[in-house]
Design a protein around this ligand. Structure first.
Ligand SMILES: Cc1cc2nc3c(=O)[nH]c(=O)nc-3n(C[C@H](O)[C@H](O)[C@H](O)COP(=O)(O)OP(=O)(O)OC[C@H]3O[C@@H](n4cnc5c(N)ncnc54)[C@H](O)[C@@H]3O)c2cc1C
Length: 400
């Protein structure tokens, strides 16, 4: 390699972000807004062609309940209006009930004096909107599709090589590359994983009755079944099942699946009229230990995953992105461990607490003993009639 070529191919950035999912792309925008020079490496092809939006297109099977706190972050990076102009449904009520009794908890935005509890948005819509914002920043360079080959953590920088031979250096490398994070592996960071032996079966369904702008969740002993409202009146379902049951429901023909689903949902919205293709994702709780090393930081699912029962995974990741960007705003060295530890201190507690709360719910509703069921249903109804406590809980989930 000639000296000339080498000088040209080694570019120094403030931050390399590996992975441009909802969380990594949001971090890129926040850092760019703060004046940082950022390079993003994304393995998939998706973001290089944010699609012009077709309102009639089938719904993405992956949707997220986006909290008000995430909305604020998306507003800050000018991505929120683009999401609203595609497909985003504000939901006003969350109705949770126990299949094993009469326990019921209902959260209503009107009781809080709020216009909604959050928005249900397809992951592809969030990604398209954030990618479009990212494209407006001159200080963000995107390599896509591209993959890291390796990186070296040096005293004053990280040197990275991509599979196409491109060489980059930066003060810091961030792993925003999801639950199987390559950055986490290459940095040798351990991850504690709790495999729930469950899968989340997802599909889009049309129900006999309108969803009433409500996120519905029925807790069964095998796991929760959620119906999330969509713009055209249909619902996106997330059905938590033991892995073998998920396989079974995936294998059913559409007619039998519709009957089984309506039954599992206690016919709350009548018959299931239509169902899309189905898919299932493994569910695991995990925490990386640590989130940071000298010159390395993990955010989003690369740092932690939780059960989707309260729809908090991506919202926690967006909070990570906001916190890390704030910590890096006014520092001279983005990769300094002292600075990165501030990020970890600010975020780990919230992430662990949320994960434990989700696990607590999962175990509580998994109990079949009648004494536990009775106490659980009594507790749910008591909670439902304690507005002060209930409002605190829902405000926390909304990120207010
Ligand atoms: C069934 C289900 C339902 C859910 N519902 C909700 C919900 O309602 N609300 C909510 O908040 N959360 C929900 N979650 C969780 C949420 O989907 C995740 O927390 C979120 O997608 C994590 O975002 P991320 O950007 O951190 O990671 P990812 O979405 O995994 O993105 C990682 C990105 O990195 C890229 N990448 C991966 N490896 C590499 C590599 N080696 N090099 C370069 N790029 C790479 C990928 O292509 C991808 O673009 C749900 C999860 C499941 C399974």
């Amino acid at each position: 390699m000639s000296t000339n070529h080498k000088t040209k191919s080694i570019n120094h950035y403030d931050v390399i972000i590996n992975g441009s999912g909802m969380v990594g792309a949001t971090l890129a925008c926040l850092l760019a807004q703060a004046g940082r020079k950022v390079v993003v490496i994304e393995a998939s092809k998706f973001l290089s062609q944010p699609k012009s939006y077709d309102l009639e297109a089938p719904y993405d099977l992956r949707v997220s309940a986006i909290s008000r706190a995430s909305q604020k972050a998306f507003e800050k990076i000018n991505a929120w209006d683009a999401m609203l102009s595609m497909r985003a449904l504000p939901y006003e009520v969350m109705d949770v009930w126990d299949a094993g009794g009469d326990g019921n908890v209902r959260f209503d935005a009107a009781e809080l004096g709020e216009p909604n509890l959050g928005h249900i948005i397809e992951n592809s819509v969030v990604q398209s909107a954030v990618a479009a914002s990212m494209a407006n920043f001159e200080n963000v360079t995107v390599f896509q599709p591209a993959k890291l080959m390796h990186f070296d953590m040096l005293a004053d920088r990280v040197d990275a090589t991509l599979e196409n031979g491109e060489q980059l250096s930066a003060d810091l490398i961030v792993g925003a590359d999801g639950a199987n994070s390559q950055v986490r592996t290459l940095a040798g960071i351990d991850v504690i994983v709790d495999d729930y032996a469950q899968r989340g079966l997802v599909a889009t369904v049309k129900t006999q009755e309108h969803h009433q702008f409500t996120a519905w969740q029925r807790f069964q002993q095998t796991g929760p079944l959620a119906f999330l409202p969509l713009v055209d009146g249909s619902c996106s379902i997330v059905w938590t099942l033991p892995s073998d049951r998920a396989d079974y429901f995936l294998s059913l023909n559409k007619t039998d699946f519709k009957i089984a689903l309506a039954e599992a949902f206690d016919h709350k919205l009548g018959k299931i009229i239509k169902v899309s293709d189905r898919a299932a994702f493994p569910l695991r709780g995990s925490q990386a230990k640590p989130y940071v090393l000298d010159r390395v930081a993990l955010i989003g699912d690369a740092a932690h995953t939780i059960h989707p029962l309260a729809g908090q995974g991506v919202n926690l990741g967006i909070k990570d992105a906001v916190e890390l960007s704030q910590q890096l705003t006014a520092v001279s060295d983005c990769g300094s461990l002292k600075v990165l530890r501030r990020y970890e201190r600010a975020r780990r507690g919230d992430n662990v607490m949320t994960m434990r709360a989700m696990e607590g719910f999962r175990l509580l509703f998994g109990h079949s003993a009648s004494s536990v069921k009775t106490a659980r249903n009594f507790g749910m109804n008591l909670f439902n009639h304690a507005p002060m406590v209930k409002n605190q809980v829902i405000k926390k989930a909304m990120g207010l």
